[in-house]
Write a protein that binds this ligand. Structure first.
Ligand code: IVH
Length: 710
């Protein structure tokens, strides 16, 4: 992959004119419906290239140039703004931020009194006009001087109430966007309606805000970032809003019942020094991947009204604020090929092979494409330019083709006619295609998974040995392992007495693993290690799990209405395998399990803490488990007594000690166990004020639980 320069180098007037045209077209598409021929990074590079060329050739500047214009000069509306809605200048790293601060303080001739630091929300700017406390009109930013009336959207925007707490006349400015959940719901609605989806939350929000005659309604979200009295209004409130620091204005806005970032994990703060500003920038950047909505930077501004007034404005942007841009989470790249693989459960899944692209700190070469129906719906073709999304730990995904960048050379994606693994037929009756042989197709992968360290942990059973047994017809699934005789094993090539005895002993030990691991070994679609533990802990026995219908399964945390029926259907399919495991004498209960108490009973909700001893909850003299009621996240390399444990084993330990093991840090996290090389999770925990301990300290806290019960 080649490193991209910080701006597009333009050779001559012709290249400059072409660049201006491209930027204008791209901005027009972006502000019209959120689609664009360029991703954010490429657009920024292009505009910086145009600016550089204009500095060197001021005589060549074209009137259509996007530089110095709000929204790249893209759109106009017919509702004039009371006060222009401007853009922000950008900085792209700590050095540029420091330079910007130096420049501003030089202009003021003194240090800035205080900074306000808040996330730059990735949506559309909107002006919400309240008259006597009632939301009277909604206007888009447009070209900054006038915007479009989108009052028809009133009532569909969470966080933007129809009425304020007080009957005041005021204009609120903020961002309209879609949260991840709203985006998914909007895509599902659109898919049900016309079989297409939105490219990303931003364009979904842009399209939805404008849409007037859609037969379906999609919900939007608003976050305010400013309040303005009308020019000429000299009421007490107007005077107060003009004089208060930004942070206090935002408190007033929140007090009126309007959503601000104060209700999020990346709340705006006031910082006295550039060090604290930089720290908050890092904290917000670290929290980004875990947020339920998109941010594309951090807005840093003078908090005090006096500082703002003194700093003033340029034609395009205020001099008292700047946007610190974060790396893009979405980029445009080429779809080179599509690979088809059959997974452990027989699902045939397409995977996109991409021209490598740097996204949110890593190079992305592969991305998921969901399923064949999804490919058809999105109308993807080989050779297409596609938008690819990745943030934090999420699996990169291809979102949509950029149709305007087609060259005519694109070819259809070949859809497999037979299972790419075994060549048998494909069951295409569901959206997710499956080999007709189901789990049998990739029996080897299912068995390797089942005997793996985090499931049944059958020591010394390597993949080639499993293959040998499958080829000889000694086993067809992992339950058959428990019926192998000594003679059968001794008959295998390169299998001596000692290895045979060791394997038989390992299989005997495997029969005693707790239900959580046995359930995990089944490889039920959509249930990994932690979900299997939750299911086992909720029901206590395989019998109870099998007796549960979709509704009962949904009582397990993290299983929603979509996953529940899949789990039920999978368990029906797995019934013969489960029967065999029961016959083999494999454990079908969770040690130390007691039925969940009803509210009001001892140990039930409201009585958190008083639970039981390790592995013997029914024992008399219950003690308080050290992690009772705590949500614990583990990150980085474990050391000390925890060094030899897999991540799954540490998570099991947390749950034995009464805690809940979770994989991501949020405001609900009680404790982060951070070893060496802990990265973004540590930064996020710090930003949220979550307690952090090292693995050694943690081991002491849970020392009584270090040895698993079976
Ligand atoms: S303050 C005078 N604060 O970013 C402009 N803007 O590039 C003051 N934005 O048009 C804007 N989050 O759409 C501000 N917390 C925030 C923001 C924010 C997103 C958008 C807004 C604005 C654009 C500027």
């Amino acid at each position: 992959m080649t490193e991209t320069p910080p701006f597009t180098v333009l050779a001559d007037d012709a290249a400059y004119a072409e660049a201006v045209q491209l930027a204008v077209d791209s901005a027009a598409a972006y502000y019209a419906d959120g689609t664009s021929t360029l991703d954010d990074d490429a657009y920024d590079r292009l505009v910086r290239g145009i600016e550089a060329y204009e500095r060197a050739h001021p005589e060549a500047v074209l009137p259509s140039s996007p530089t110095g214009k709000v929204a790249g000069g893209a759109v106009v509306g017919d509702v004039p703004h009371t006060v222009p809605m401007l853009s922000l200048d950008n900085v792209f790293g700590p050095d540029q931020l420091a330079d910007w601060v130096t420049g501003l303080e030089r202009r003021l001739g003194r240090p800035v009194t205080a900074w306000s630091v808040e996330p730059k929300l990735d949506g559309l700017a909107i002006s919400a006009r309240y008259r006597h406390g009632r939301l009277a009109q909604l206007v888009t930013r447009g070209d900054g001087a006038a915007g479009e009336d989108v009052s028809h959207a009133i009532g569909t925007i969470v966080g933007l109430p129809d009425r304020l707490a007080e009957p005041v006349t005021v204009e609120l400015r903020g961002e309209v966007m879609m949260t991840a959940t709203q985006f998914e719901e909007a895509c599902a609605k659109r898919q049900a309606h016309d079989g297409t989806t939105f490219a990303n939350p931003r364009s979904a929000a842009a399209g939805t805000l404008r849409a007037q005659d859609r037969p379906y309604t999609c919900e939007l979200t608003f976050f305010a970032y400013g309040a303005l009295p009308s020019p000429g209004d000299d009421s007490e409130l107007a005077v107060r809003l003009r004089e208060l620091p930004h942070s206090r204005v935002m408190e007033w806005v929140a007090g009126q019942g309007v959503q601000t970032t104060a209700s999020t994990a990346v709340a705006g703060i006031v910082a006295e020094t550039l060090e604290r500003v930089s720290e908050r920038v890092a904290e917000i950047a670290a929290a980004r991947a875990g947020l339920p909505f998109g941010i594309d930077g951090i807005v840093i501004r003078c908090d005090s009204a006096a500082d703002q007034a003194e700093a003033g404005f340029s034609s395009r942007a205020p001099r008292w604020a700047v946007a610190y841009k974060l790396p893009a989470t979405e980029k445009i790249t080429k779809l080179l090929a599509v690979e088809w693989n059959t997974g452990r459960t027989g699902i045939i899944a397409p995977r996109a092979v991409l021209e490598p692209v740097k996204l949110d700190g890593s190079v992305v070469t592969y991305a998921t494409l969901h399923n064949p129906a999804d490919i058809a719906r999105r109308g993807l073709m080989l050779g297409d330019s596609v938008t690819v999304y990745k943030a934090g730990d999420v699996i990169p995904r291809v979102e949509a083709p950029v149709v305007h960048l087609r060259t005519g050379e694109e070819r259809p994606i070949e859809i497999p006619q037979v299972c790419p693994s075994c060549g048998d037929a494909i069951d295409t009756s569901q959206e997710r295609w499956r080999c007709v042989r189901g789990r049998q197709c990739r029996a080897i992968a299912s068995i390797v998974y089942a005997v793996g360290r985090d499931q049944l942990d059958v020591e010394g059973l390597a993949e080639n040995r499993i293959k040998q047994m499958l080829d000889l017809g000694l086993i067809a699934d992992f339950a058959d392992l428990f019926f192998l005789t000594r003679e059968q094993l001794l008959g295998l090539e390169r299998m001596g007495e000692t290895s045979t005895d060791n394997l038989l002993a390992a299989l005997e030990r495997a029969k005693g693993r707790p239900l959580s691991r046995v359930f995990c070994a089944l490889g039920v679609r959509g249930t990994g290690r932690s979900m299997s533990r939750r299911i086992a802990r909720h029901f206590g026995s395989m019998q109870a799990i099998l007796a549960a219908d979709a509704e009962a399964i949904q009582a397990v945390e993290g299983i929603g209405p979509e996953k529940a029926p899949v789990v039920v259907a999978e368990l029906i399919e797995l019934a013969p395998l489960i029967d065999k495991l029961i016959k083999a004498g494999v454990t079908m209960t969770e040690p130390g399990w007691t039925p969940p108490a009803e509210p009001g009973e001892p140990g039930g909700p409201g009585e958190a803490g008083e639970v039981a001893e390790p592995g013997a909850q029914e024992a008399a003299g219950a003690v308080t488990l050290p992690l009772a009621g705590m949500s614990v996240v583990v990150t980085g390399a474990m050391s000390g007594p925890l060094e030899a444990l897999t991540r799954n084993e540490v998570n099991e330990l947390i749950e034995r000690a009464g805690g809940k093991a979770s994989s991501s840090v949020s405001a609900r996290t009680s404790l982060l166990v951070a070893g060496e090389k802990a990265g973004s999770k540590r930064a996020k925990a710090e930003s949220l004020g979550v307690r952090i301990v090292d693995p050694e300290e943690f081991a002491v806290q849970v020392s009584a639980f270090l040895t698993p019960s079976p």
